[in-house]
Design a protein around this ligand. Structure first.
Ligand code: PLP
Length: 364
């Protein structure tokens, strides 16, 4: 038996354990800014929708309830500015990590096919390519890639880890290139609601896609905007032919979102107030952390959006991780996201105000 896991990279977070142990030993406890996992409560109206749907004895559908599809099409039009979005242009998924990891397999990709993603990237794009035996290729500018056998191109704006945002004209140029060469784009936009010094734009915006969705799919998640990482709630939107094919496969594979979570998603997508409140929490944490890091000798690059500050002391990232661990602060080394990140660390904004305040004091 050939172990599929042998195709995969070493799970990087295990390497951080000794530094975590050092940070935990700090007299005032660890400030964990390593993982971008939400710490604030699930908004009450979403919890309530989940509870009200608790009596759900039957199987849910993979495509979602009609009210969920309507909530998704409505949100994509209202928030992304997309036009004429039909129910065939949306598909709920069980958290976007699941989609990212299994998409190349579900698209039927395999040996000989190439999957492109940014040179600094969320590690699961590579994992997805390797799971199906395709070849992962990284890019600085995707239009410089050889389009031969390039079957899937990942975009990620705002970016994890760097917080970089692709401007509208850059997106438009990339979309035109991909269409010219018949390359399918999946654009991971899960941080779209978290723009600080830039206003992130979706590939589904008519200025970028021309009002049609051929060859384009946007990936959205409720994990960050609505603190729903624990619910597993995400969706994709775009090319109906691609989504229709994925729906068939996912139906056979049983990849359905639990009915109470579908109800919770409807509540979450119908409310902007909690998103504004959560944004304000992150903005405040970001401002104090940024000032404290800069005062401590860090330089911040990009970071104009997302849940992260991309910071460097112009030294190898593990040296920075060790230095901060001595202060009881745990961050993610930049090389987790590609060799281009080996002199950076990623500082997440996902800690309570009390813990962020503790970090600021220690950096002062
Ligand atoms: C770029 C990116 N895509 C996808 C995900 C997965 O999010 P989820 O599975 O919670 O929807 C993450 C999580 O951190 C991410 O950073």
């Amino acid at each position: 038996m050939s172990a599929v896991s042998s195709r995969l990279p070493v799970f990087p977070w295990d390497r951080l354990e000794p530094y975590k142990a050092r940070a935990v030993a700090h007299a005032d406890g660890i400030v964990d800014l390593s993982v971008g996992t939400p710490v604030d409560s699930v908004p009450a109206l979403i919890q309530q929708a989940l509870v009200e749907a608790a009596d759900s004895p039957g199987y849910p559908t993979v495509w979602g309830t009609v009210p969920l599809r309507n909530a998704l099409t409505g949100w994509v039009e209202h928030r992304l500015g997309a036009v004429d979005v039909a129910p065939t242009n949306v598909l709920p998924v069980v958290g976007s990590k699941e989609l990212v990891a299994w998409l190349p397999t579900q698209l039927g990709l395999g040996p000989g096919d190439r999957v492109g993603y940014p040179q600094l990237a969320y590690p699961t794009y590579e994992v997805g390519a390797r799971l199906c035996g395709a070849t992962p290729v990284v890019y600085d500018d995707p239009t410089e890639l050889d389009p031969t056998d390039l079957k899937l191109l990942w975009l990620n704006s705002p970016s994890n880890p760097s917080g970089r945002v692709l401007a509208k004209d850059e997106l438009t140029r990339i979309v035109a290139w991909a269409r010219e060469h018949g390359v399918l784009i999946f654009s991971d936009e899960c941080y779209l609601e978290l723009g600080w010094e830039a206003e992130p734009v979706s590939v589904l915006h008519p200025d970028v896609c021309g009002g049609g969705y051929e060859g384009l799919v946007a990936v959205h998640s409720l994990s960050k905007r609505s603190n729903l990482a624990g619910y597993r709630a995400a969706f994709i939107a775009g090319d109906a032919a691609v989504l229709g094919e994925l729906l068939q496969i996912r139906k056979h594979g049983g990849m359905m979102i639990p009915a109470p979570v579908q109800a919770a998603m409807i509540a979450a997508l119908g409310d902007d107030t909690h998103v504004t409140e959560q944004r304000a929490r992150y903005a405040a944490r970001r401002a104090v952390l940024r000032t404290a890091l800069e005062g401590h000798g860090f330089r911040i690059e990009h970071s104009e959006a997302s849940l992260y500050l991309w910071a460097t002391r112009d030294e190898p990232c593990w040296g920075t991780v060790a230095h901060l661990a001595e202060l009881g602060i745990l961050v993610a080394p930049g090389d987790f996201y590609g060799t281009a990140g080996e002199r950076f660390v990623r500082v997440a904004l996902t800690a309570t105000d009390e813990r962020v305040e503790a970090a600021v004091k220690r950096l002062g």
